[in-house]
Design a protein around this ligand. Structure first.
Ligand code: MRU
Length: 340
C-alpha cells in the first residue's frame, strides 16, 4: 500500500498530505519552518504517533536548511527549535524520541564545527533514516501481527493506525494489510473515533483504496457487535507504552479493551519500539493531551472535557505486536528484553 503522505520538496522543505481535508479532498501543503511544522502537528494535518515523529524530524531538517542558507544555523537556534517541536503534542512519545535523535546529530555536528550546510545535510540524512527505519518497522509489525489473525476473521480497529499514521504501512493496520495480502479474507470494522473521526475519515479511506473490505461504525456500536459475536479480534495502535505495558492510545481505546475482555475477544496493540517509554513505570505517568472544546459539538454554555487519549491497563492486553515480534505478559520483563 503506497500512499503519497509525506516527502521532501526539491528545495529541501517538507510536503505532506493535509489529513484534516480527508476523505473529501487530497490537498498537499508545504512547510520549511519550525512554526509551520508545529502548526501542522498541532492541527493534526499530520498525525499518528510515528508520523508525528517523522514529520518533526523532517521539519527540523527543513528549517535548518533554510536557516543555514541565511547564516543563522547556530546550536542555540537548533536547541530552541527542538524544544518547541518536542512540545507540539504531549502524548505520542515518538515525537520526543525523534527530536532527541535529531538533537544528538546536531550536537555532534556542532561539536565538530562543521559548516552550517553540512550540519543541515546531516540532519536531513538522520530524518530520512528515521522515516526509512519506521517503514521497515511497519513491515515487520505487519508480518508479526498478521500471524495473530485467523482466516475469515472480522477485525475491529480504532482511530487510524495505518499508512496515514506512519512512514510505512501502519502499525495495527499493517497487520490487516498483511493478512489481506496473504489471502486470509478478513473484514475490518473501523470505529468512527469521535470527535475528529480518524476511523471514519482516514482508516476507512486508506483501507478502501487498498481494496480491504471495511465497515465503518459509530463508536457506540462496538459493544453490541461484540455481544453478538461479530468481532473476532481487536487491534489498535499506541501513542506511548509504559514499562509495565500500560498503553496510551486514542480516546475510546480503553472502552474497547474493556468490552473485548468482557466478551472474550482478544485485544492486541501494535507499536514500534519508538513508542515505548521505559522511563515511565506505568500508564498513570503518561501525559494525556486535552484538546480544544471546539472539537466537541456541544451546546453553547456547556463545559467541554476533551481528552484526546486514554490509558488501557496492561492486563487487558493479550499481546503487543512490535517490530521485534509479539510480546506477551509478563510485560515488564518481556518489554525490558525488547531493548536489551
Ligand atoms: O490524535 P491522533 O490522530 O494523532 O491519534 C492517533 C492515534 O491514537 C493512533 O491510534 C496512534 O497514534 C497509533 S499510530 C500508528
Amino acid at each position: 500500500m503506497k500512499l503519497d503522505i509525506i516527502d521532501w520538496t526539491p528545495g529541501g522543505g517538507v510536503r505532506f498530505l493535509d489529513q484534516t481535508r480527508l476523505p473529501r479532498e487530497e490537498v498537499y501543503k508545504e512547510v520549511d519552518s519550525i512554526d509551520g511544522m508545529i502548526e501542522a502537528i498541532k492541527l493534526l494535518r499530520v498525525r499518528g504517533a510515528p508520523l508525528i515523529g517523522i514529520s518533526a524530524a523532517m521539519g527540523l531538517a527543513a528549517a535548518a536548511t533554510r536557516q543555514a542558507a541565511h547564516g543563522g544555523l547556530t546550536a542555540a537556534w537548533f536547541e530552541d527549535a527542538a524544544k518547541r517541536m518536542a512540545a507540539a503534542r504531549p502524548t505520542a512519545v515518538n515525537l520526543m524520541w525523534a527530536v532527541n535523535r535529531m538533537r544528538q546529530v546536531a550536537e555532534a555536528a556542532f561539536a565538530m564545527k562543521r559548516t552550517p550546510q553540512a550540519i543541515a545535510e546531516a540532519l536531513r540524512v538522520e530524518a530520512q533514516r528515521i522515516w526509512d527505519e519506521d517503514a521497515e518497522m511497519c513491515r515487520a509489525m505487519g508480518e508479526a501481527g498478521a500471524a495473530l489473525i485467523e482466516p475469515g476473521a472480522t477485525v475491529m480497529t480504532h482511530c487510524n493506525a495505518g499508512a496515514l499514521a506512519t512512514g510505512g504501512i501502519g502499525t495495527a493496520v499493517a497487520a490487516l494489510y498483511a493478512a489481506h495480502q496473504q489471502g486470509k479474507n478478513i473484514r475490518v470494522v473501523s470505529t468512527e473515533t469521535r470527535p475528529l473521526r480518524q476511523g471514519a475519515r482516514l482508516t476507512a479511506w486508506e483501507l478502501s483504496k487498498a481494496g480491504v473490505p471495511v465497515t465503518s461504525i459509530v463508536d457506540s456500536a462496538a459493544a453490541s457487535m461484540m455481544a453478538k459475536g461479530e468481532i473476532d479480534v481487536v487491534v489498535t495502535g499506541a501513542d506511548r507504552i509504559a514499562a509495565n505495558g500500560d498503553v496510551a492510545n486514542k480516546i475510546g481505546t480503553y472502552a474497547l479493551a474493556v468490552l473485548a475482555n468482557a466478551h472474550g475477544v482478544p485485544f492486541y496493540v501494535a507499536a514500534p519500539r519508538s513508542t515505548f517509554d521505559l522511563s515511565l513505570e506505568s500508564g498513570a505517568d503518561i501525559p494525556i493531551e486535552e484538546r480544544a472544546a471546539g472539537e466537541v459539538d456541544a451546546a453553547p454554555g456547556a463545559r467541554v472535557f476533551n481528552p484526546a487519549f486514554d490509558v488501557t491497563p496492561a492486563d487487558l492486553i493479550a499481546a503487543i505486536v512490535t517490530d521485534r515480534g509479539v510480546v506477551r505478559p509478563p510485560y515488564r520483563e518481556n518489554i525490558r528484553r525488547l531493548f536489551d
